[in-house]
Design a protein around this ligand. Structure first.
Ligand code: FAD
Length: 380
């Protein structure tokens, strides 16, 4: 039997970031992934990174994530990847389409500015200067932060996987955790579909949309549900806008990749399919096209290259669940909802610091597994 300091179950952004950060701190870590790293939600996300959230915990964690993405880009570019992680700070513009939305943004911006975020409410005129291709008639202004950005999820995973290897970590792909053993309410070991047993005093569930199933292996019920979300990407086009544009009425969000010129985007359906449905629906492509063309008519001749579906790992309040469970040594780090990719780097660092008993300026209390889930993240 192999023994490690920590075992991580699930090789998406959260599992890879955490394995890397723990290895960097000298821990002997094993990452177990049932398919390949990135096979879950992370490889299906559109790479948006923003700090505009409504609660101090999420704002601060995202401000740290942005710093890490920047560092990662600098290091990986120097290390010889010409495009690094394709990090680009083009900003995020949340459109206000009514006075009600405007006042909601103004109240959230107050909290964001108190956290030190360079965000402001801009009137329509200024928004049109930032995005000249925006259709003038459909909005009155918006919340804008120019330090938000984008990165390539595959390049980010590659950065972490290379780092894990350098730190001496072990990654087992195509290996599924099928059983978790405990002893007197203390975590003990995992059994895989290959019949192997691996033991560690700390075992962390980073299984994203499957986090609930993993928790059930030790009799814990986690409020994390998989929900299908679809996306599409177009052929490249000339630079039309810098920021990710988010609109709630009707829902749609999209950005232009700085490194390729392609437009990539999604919308949140009124009634998203629950569970692990992964087919593309017949509604998505025409409906998304209608919505985006209402905002940016100049895209009308652009061709779609492909569309796909993935999962959000939804929690009742729209924020991740992080912490040690009632089983000593068994942790949950999951439930990123529609923003787990961007949270990944800072969550990985903060959880590693917690486990290694290092001081951290960022509190994870807001994401406690024992919280009441009463409030809701307003900027979804
Ligand atoms: C269309 C779409 C667009 C998105 N856009 C964005 C965006 O712009 N920005 C953003 O921040 N987020 C976005 N997201 C959300 C983001 O993708 C997720 O929140 C994030 O990737 C979750 O990462 P994770 O590591 O928790 O889970 P995952 O990436 O799903 O990783 C979990 C891993 O666990 C593995 N696993 C499961 N069960 C087992 C087992 N029994 N044994 C071993 N391994 C197991 C899975 O194979 C999987 O690889 C988007 C999601 C979708 C679907």
């Amino acid at each position: 039997m192999n023994t490690f300091d920590c075992i991580i179950i699930g090789g998406g952004i959260l599992g890879c970031a955490l394995t890397y950060e723990l290895g960097k701190r000298g821990k002997k870590v094993l990452l177990i992934e049932k398919d390949y790293p990135g096979a879950g939600s992370t490889g299906r996300c559109i790479g948006g990174i923003r700090q505009q959230f409504s609660t101090p915990g999420s704002i601060k964690i995202m401000m740290r994530s942005v710093e890490i993405f920047k560092e990662m880009h600098e290091v990986s570019t120097k290390d010889g990847y010409t495009s690094g992680i394709d990090w680009h700070q083009g900003g995020y513009l949340f459109l206000a389409c009514s006075e009600k939305e405007k006042s909601q943004y103004l109240s959230i911006i107050k909290t964001q500015q108190e956290c030190g975020l360079p965000v402001k409410y801009i009137e329509k005129e200024e928004a049109l200067k930032i995005v000249p291709s925006l259709n003038e008639f459909d909005f009155i202004g918006g919340a804008y932060c120019n330090t938000d950005g984008q990165a390539n999820p595959f390049q980010v995973l590659k950065f972490y996987l290379d780092g894990i290897e350098k730190n001496g970590g072990t990654v087992l792909s195509n290996t599924k955790v099928v059983k978790i053993n405990t002893n007197n309410n203390i975590i003990d070991s995992v059994i895989t579909n290959t019949g192997d047993k691996f033991a560690a005093p700390i075992i962390i569930n980073t299984a994203g949309p499957w986090a609930k199933e993993i928790a059930q292996l030790v009799g814990i019920e986690l409020p994390i549900e998989a929900e299908r979300h679809e996306a599409l990407i177009t052929e490249p086009t000339k630079k039309l806008f810098e920021p990710m544009i988010v609109c709630y009425s009707p829902s749609c969000y999209f950005q232009q990749f700085n490194h390729t010129g392609q437009i990539i985007g999604c919308y949140t359906p009124e009634d998203p399919a629950k569970g692990f449905e992964r087919n593309s629906s017949s509604e998505f492509l025409p409906e998304f096209s209608n919505r985006i063309l209402k905002l940016i008519p100049a895209l009308k001749d652009l061709k779609v290259v492909r569309s796909w579906a993935g999962w959000y790992e939804i929690t009742p309040d729209g924020s991740p669940i992080i912490g040690e469970t009632e089983i000593k040594g068994f942790w949950v780090v999951a439930g990123g909802c529609g923003h787990g990719f961007m949270f990944g780097p800072a969550i990985g660092e903060c959880v590693a610091k917690l486990i290694c008993k290092e001081d951290s300026e960022i509190s994870l209390d807001e994401f406690s597994i024992n919280r009441k889930f009463k409030s809701k993240e307003a900027m979804k």
